[in-house]
Write a protein that binds this ligand. Structure first.
Ligand code: NAP
Length: 259
C-alpha cells in the first residue's frame, strides 16, 4: 500500500473532463487537496463539485496553460488555498486531426502552444512552490502517439507528445537538486469526451486493436499518475509508463487474431 496522499496539494491541468478528471478523482480518493484547472471556471467548478464526493478536498480554478501569466496566478491562488503545491499533473492537451497536406502553420503553432509549451509553462509557474514541498512531483500526460506510434492526422500532435518526453529528460536532471521528480504517463486509447468526439467507428476499431480488447478508463491513468506522485516512487525520475492494454505490442493483425 502506498503512503497516503492525505494533505498533499495537487494541481491537475485539464481537470474539467477526461483523463485529467480521472487523475483528479484518484488523488481526491486518496485524500489529497486537488485543484482542477480548466479555461472556464464553470467547467472547473462543475468537475470539482462532482469530485468532492471523494475523500479529499477538490476546488476548481481557471487558467490557460499556454499563458505564463495565467499559470503564475493559478499557482499563487492554489498555494494560498491549499497551503503549497506538492504535485503538478501537467495533463491539459488537445488533439485536433489534420493531415500534413491540409495542416496549416497556424494549426501547428496552436497545438504546440497548448501541449508542449503549455507543459513547460505550467511547470515553470509551479516550480517555486514545488521546490518548497520537499516531495515535489511532476507527472506529465504524454501519449503512445508520437513517442511510440503514429496515426494519420496527428503528426503535429505526435510531435508535441514526443517533445514532452525530450523536455522531461532534461527537466528531471535540472530539478533533481530540489528533490523534484519528473515522470510521464503514456496513455493508449482512453475513453474520454475528447476521444468519444472522434466517433464510434474510431473507438470501436481502436478497441479491436488492443490485446485486452477494450479502451482504457481515465482512472487507469490516474493510478499510474498516483504511483509516480507517491513517496514510494521517490527514486524514479525521467521515466515513462505506458498504460495502453498492450496496444503497441502486436506486430501485425495476425498477431492479434491468432492469439
Ligand atoms: P479531453 O477530454 O478533450 O480533455 C481535455 C482537457 O484539457 C479539458 O479539461 C480541457 O479543459 C483542458 N484544456 C485544453 N486546452 C487547455 C488549455 N489551453 N489550458 C488549460 N486546459 C486546457 O482530453 P483527454 O482525452 O482527457 O486528454 C487529456 C490528455 O491526455 C491530453 O494531454 C492528451 O494528449 C492525453 N492523451 C489522451 C488520450 C486519450 O485516449 N483520450 C490518449 C493519449 C494521451 P477546458 O476545455 O475545460 O478548458
Amino acid at each position: 500500500m502506498l503512503t497516503s496522499m492525505g494533505g498533499k496539494s495537487v494541481i491537475v491541468t485539464g481537470g474539467s473532463k477526461g483523463i485529467g478528471k480521472g487523475i483528479a478523482r484518484v488523488f481526491a480518493r486518496n485524500g489529497a487537496k486537488v485543484a482542477v484547472v480548466s479555461r472556464t471556471l464553470a467547467e472547473a467548478e462543475a468537475s470539482a463539485a462532482e469530485l468532492s464526493r471523494e475523500e479529499g478536498v477538490v476546488k476548481g480554478f481557471t487558467g490557460d496553460v499556454a499563458k505564463l501569466d495565467d499559470m503564475q496566478r493559478l499557482a499563487t491562488e492554489v498555494n494560498a488555498a491549499h497551503g503549497g503545491i506538492d504535485v503538478l499533473c501537467a495533463n491539459a492537451g488537445v488533439f485536433p486531426q489534420a493531415k500534413i497536406e491540409d495542416l496549416s502553420p497556424e494549426e501547428w503553432d496552436q497545438i504546440m502552444a497548448t501541449n508542449l509549451k503549455g507543459t513547460f509553462i505550467a511547470i515553470k509557474a509551479c516550480l517555486p512552490y514545488l521546490k518548497s514541498s520537499g516531495q515535489g512531483r511532476i507527472v506529465i500526460t504524454s501519449s503512445i502517439t508520437g513517442p511510440v506510434t503514429g496515426f494519420p492526422g496527428w503528426s503535429h500532435y505526435g510531435a508535441t507528445k514526443a517533445g514532452q518526453l525530450g523536455f522531461m529528460r532534461t527537466a528531471c536532471i535540472e530539478l533533481a537538486k530540489y528533490g523534484i521528480t519528473v515522470n510521464a504517463v503514456l496513455p493508449g486509447n482512453i475513453m474520454t469526451e475528447g476521444l468519444i468526439a472522434l466517433g464510434e467507428d474510431y473507438c470501436n476499431s481502436m478497441a479491436a486493436s488492443v490485446p485486452l480488447k477494450k479502451l482504457g478508463t481515465v482512472e487507469d491513468i490516474g493510478y499510474a499518475a498516483l504511483f509516480f506522485a507517491s513517496k514510494e516512487a521517490a527514486y524514479i525520475t525521467g521515466q515513462t509508463i505506458i498504460v495502453d492494454g498492450g496496444q503497441i505490442l502486436p506486430e501485425s493483425l495476425d498477431a492479434l487474431t491468432q492469439a
